[in-house]
Design a protein around this ligand. Structure first.
Ligand code: V47
Length: 660
C-alpha cells in the first residue's frame, strides 16, 4: 500500500535497505546491524516514520490506563530489577483486593496488572482480583500477567498454561502484557536473570494465549549488557512467532533504568540516539507487528515525543502510579494526564486516538484546524491512499474500520468535547459504508469515489453449513466490523430468498468463538484470508454476497462511498480530492517505486494474507473506484430495498474469547 516516497540518505548504506522495505522484502539480521551501524539517524527515522504511517496513518494511540502492581514480594532475584524484594523484607507490600479497587476509576479503559511472584498467595486470590475488577469496573479491560507469572502459576498450582489462561479469561482477563521477555539471549539470561524462564517458555505461553484468541504484547529490555546483535536476534524471534500466530499487538522497547540495580556494566541511562534508533529499527524489522510503543515512563516524555516521528504509533497511556521503572530511577513525571498526552501527540504533528486494549478507537482528538480522513484498513481500499502527502497541516489520516468510522463520524460528543472541537467533527471524510452514509446524509455528501464491484467480490463472504433457503431460524455470526454487509445479507435473505427469522450475533472469527453457529459473515481481509486459506473449518459452503446481488439486480454492489462532511474547509476538501485523483491515477500506472503499479501490492499484501501476487492483482482488478451514474443508481436501489426490510433486532452482542 505504498505511501512510500523517494527518500535520499546521507549514508548510502541505507538506500538498499529502503529499496527492500518499499518492495515488501524483509530485512535480514545484517540489515538490522547495518541500521545500528549507520550514523544517519534522521534517515533511519524517516524510513521508520514512512512505515508507521503506512500502517497507522497519522494516528498515535493512547489508552486511559492504570498500572497495578499488587505486590513487590518476589521469589526471584533478577539483577536488573530494583522493584522486587525478598519475602520477609521490610520494604515488601501486599495489596488487598479492596486496595486494588480503590486505585481504579470507572473512566479507565485498561488496567495493566503485573507484580512480584508471591510465594504464598493462593490461585483463587488472582482469579478473584480479576473478577472483582471486572464486576466493579465493567468498562475497564484487564491486561494482566506476564508469561513469567503465567508460568509461575502453572507450576505452583499444577495447571497447564492453557488451563491457567482459560480460568483467567473466564474471570475477565482480556489481553496479556509483554513483560518478562527481557532479551531472548541465553548468555544474558544466565548472567542477569538465570532463575527466570527463557525464550522457549516465554514464547510457549504467548503461543498458547494467541491460539486461544488472547492477544498480547512483547517487550525488549535494552541498554544493559546485551549486544546489538542480540537485540536484532530478539526482534527476529518475535517476527518469526508473529508469522505463525499473528497474536502480538505491539512491540515495546524498554530502555533500561540503571537505578540501584545490580548491573554495573553501563551505569547510565540509554542515550536518546540509542532509544530513537531502537524504536525505528524495531519498526523496520518487525513488518508483521501492528504497533510499536514508545513507553514514555521509561523513555521520558521528551524522547517519546520524538519517537512518534521515528516509527512509534503508541504512547501506552496515562499509567497512574508506576513503580517498577520509578524504583529504578526513571525521571519522567509519575502521571501524565490525558490532556498532556494529547498535547504531546499534537506537538509531534500526529493525531491522538484514544483506544481500548485491542486498539479499537474510542475517540479521536484532532487539533481544531485539522480535517481527519479515514483510511480504510482493507486491501481493496489501498489504491486510494498512495498519494496523500507525507505531511499535511490540513488533513490527517486515521485507519478506521467502516463501522468505527461510521460511529465516530456520527458522534456528537458531550458539550465539553464539542466546545473543545474534539469529537463533533471527529472525522471529515473517507470511504463510508453505505449504511452509515444513509444515517449521516444530513451532514455528509457523496464524492464520486468508492469501492464497488459488479460480480464476485471475494471479500464479503457468508460461510455456511446450509444453502440460502435452509437458513430460516438459523444463528449467524457476524464480525464486529461489518456495517453494510450485514444489511446486504439481510436484504438478500429477506427480499431475495424470503427468509426473515434468522438471528445475528456479533462475534469474532476465531475457531472457538464460531462453535454453535450455522453460518458466519466475514468481510475485508479476514474474508480474503479465509477464502484463500481454504475456507473456514466446519462451514462447507461460501456465498459471495456481491455476486448474489449482481445476479439478482444486474447492478454493481457498492460497499463504500467516499463521503465528506459538508462543513469541511475548502483547502482540506481540495487536498482530499486532489490526493484521491493522484492516488487512483498512480495506482493504474505500473511504475515501480513511485507507489504505483501493482507488483509491490501483491508482494506486500499477498505475504500478509496468504495470497499470491497474481491473486492480489486479480482480486483488485474487479473493483471500481471512480463512480459513474451506474454506481449511484445501484446505491439508490440498495437503499430502497433496505428501507422495505422488516425491522429486525440488531445483532445481540456476544463476547466470545476475543474480539476485534
Ligand atoms: O519485564 C524491569 C522491565 C518490564 C527494569 O505490555 C525494567 O503494554 C527498565 O513489561 N529498567 C515490565 N525496565 C514492564 C512491561 C511493560 C511496560 C509497559 C507496557 C507494557 C505492555 C509492558 O520492565 C519487565 C522488565 O523487562 N524492567 N526492571 C529496569 N530497571
Amino acid at each position: 500500500m505504498s505511501t512510500f516516497h523517494n527518500l535520499t540518505f546521507r549514508d548510502p548504506a541505507l538506500q538498499p535497505i529502503w529499496d527492500k522495505v518499499r518492495t515488501g522484502e524483509r530485512l535480514s539480521k545484517e540489515d538490522g546491524l547495518a541500521l545500528y551501524d549507520s550514523p544517519d539517524l534522521i534517515g533511519i527515522g524517516r524510513m521508520a516514520n514512512s512505515v508507521a504511517r503506512d500502517k497507522s496513518g497519522d494516528s498515535v494511540y493512547f489508552v486511559l490506563n492504570r498500572k497495578l502492581e499488587p505486590t513487590n514480594i518476589c521469589v526471584l532475584s533478577c539483577k536488573f530489577c530494583d522493584f522486587a524484594v525478598k519475602p520477609g523484607s521490610e520494604q515488601g507490600y501486599e495489596m488487598t483486593i479492596a486496595e486494588m479497587l480503590s486505585k481504579l476509576r470507572p473512566d479507565l479503559h485498561e488496567v495493566h496488572i503485573t507484580g512480584g511472584l508471591h510465594p504464598k498467595w493462593p490461585w483463587e486470590f488472582y482469579l478473584e482480583m480479576v473478577r472483582q475488577i471486572k464486576t466493579n469496573f465493567p468498562n475497564v479491560d484487564v491486561k494482566a500477567f506476564t508469561a513469567v507469572e503465567i508460568d509461575f502459576f502453572s507450576k505452583k498450582f499444577k495447571k497447564s498454561h492453557e488451563q491457567v489462561l482459560r480460568e483467567l479469561w473466564d474471570a475477565g482477563l482480556r489481553t496479556m502484557p509483554g513483560g518478562g521477555a527481557e532479551v531472548f539471549s541465553e548468555r544474558v539470561r544466565k548472567r542477569l536473570f538465570h532463575q527466570k524462564i527463557g525464550a522457549k517458555a516465554w514464547f510457549d505461553v504467548h503461543r498458547t494465549a494467541h491460539r486461544m484468541g488472547i492477544q498480547s504484547n512483547v517487550t525488549m529490555l535494552y541498554g544493559h549488557i546485551e549486544t546489538l546483535e542480540e537485540r536484532i536476534e530478539h526482534m527476529l524471534r518475535v517476527r518469526e512467532c508473529q508469522d505463525e500466530t499473528h497474536g502480538f499487538l505491539s512491540f515495546i522497547p524498554l530502555a533500561f533504568q540503571p537505578g540501584n540495580t545490580g548491573i554495573k556494566v553501563r551505569n547510565d541511562f540509554t542515550s536518546a540516539i540509542d532509544d530513537l534508533k531502537t524504536i525505528a529499527i524495531s519498526r523496520l524489522m518487525l513488518d508483521n507487528v501492528p504497533h510499536i510503543k514508545a513507553y514514555w515512563v521509561m523513555l521520558t516524555a521528551e524522547v517519546a515525543t520524538i519517537a512518534l516521528n521515528f516509527g512509534a504509533d503508541d504512547m501506552d497511556g496515562t499509567v497512574g502510579e508506576e513503580r517498577i521503572a520509578h524504583d529504578a530511577g526513571a525521571i519522567s513525571p509519575m502521571e501524565l494526564a490525558k490532556g498532556k498526552l494529547i498535547s504531546i501527540i499534537h506537538e509531534a504533528g500526529k493525531l491522538p486516538v484514544e483506544r481500548d486494549v485491542w486498539y479499537k478507537p474510542i475517540a479521536i482528538h484532532p487539533k481544531k484546524e485539522w480535517s481527519v480522513v479515514s483510511k480504510m484498513p482493507y486491501l481493496n481500499s489501498v489504491p486510494f491512499y498512495n498519494s496523500f502527502p507525507e505531511y499535511s497541516n490540513a488533513i490527517k489520516l486515521a485507519p478506521l474500520a467502516p463501522r468505527v468510522f461510521g460511529t465516530l463520524a456520527g458522534q456528537a460528543g458531550t458539550p465539553d468535547q464539542q466546545q473543545a472541537g474534539r469529537l463533533l467533527h471527529a472525522v471529515h471524510a473517507g470511504p463510508m459504508s453505505l449504511r452509515d452514509y444513509m444515517n449521516l446524509s444530513d451532514d455528509f455528501e457523496k464524492l464520486d469515489y468508492g469501492v464497488a464491484v459488479k460480480g464476485k467480490a471475494n471479500s464479503v463472504l457468508l460461510f455456511s453449513k446450509y444453502d440460502w433457503r435452509e437458513l430460516a431460524g438459523k444463528r449467524i455470526a457476524i464480525t464486529s466490523e461489518t456495517s453494510t454487509s450485514v444489511e446486504l445479507l439481510r436484504v438478500l435473505l429477506e427480499r431475495r430468498f424470503g427468509i426473515t427469522e434468522c438471528t445475528f450475533h456479533r462475534s469474532h472469527a476465531t475457531d472457538q468463538s464460531l462453535e454453535g453457529f450455522d453460518a458466519v459473515l466475514l468481510i475485508g481481509d479476514k474474508a480474503l484470508e479465509a477464502a484463500y486459506g481454504g475456507g473456514l473449518p466446519s462451514f462447507d459452503k461460501a456465498f459471495d454476497l456481491a455476486e448474489e446481488w449482481c445476479a439478482w439486480k444486474e447492478m454493481p454492489f457498492v460497499f463504500a462511498v467516499w463521503a465528506i462532511r459538508k462543513d469541511t474547509p475548502e483547502a482540506a476538501r481540495n487536498e482530499i480530492v486532489q490526493s484521491l485523483e493522484r492516488s487512483l491515477d498512480n495506482y493504474s500506472t505500473p511504475t515501480p517505486f513511485q507507489g504505483g503499479g501493482r507488483g509491490w501490492l501483491g508482494r506486500e499484501h499477498g505475504a500478509r494474507l496468504g495470497m499470491s501476487e497474481a491473486e492480489v492483482a486479480d482480486y483488485l482488478s474487479q473493483f471500481r473506484y471512480r463512480f459513474t451514474l451506474e454506481e449511484h443508481a445501484a446505491m439508490a436501489e440498495f437503499e430502497m430495498e433496505w428501507e422495505s426490510l422488516n425491522s429486525m433486532e440488531d445483532a445481540e452482542m456476544s463476547f466470545p474469547l476475543s474480539r476485534v
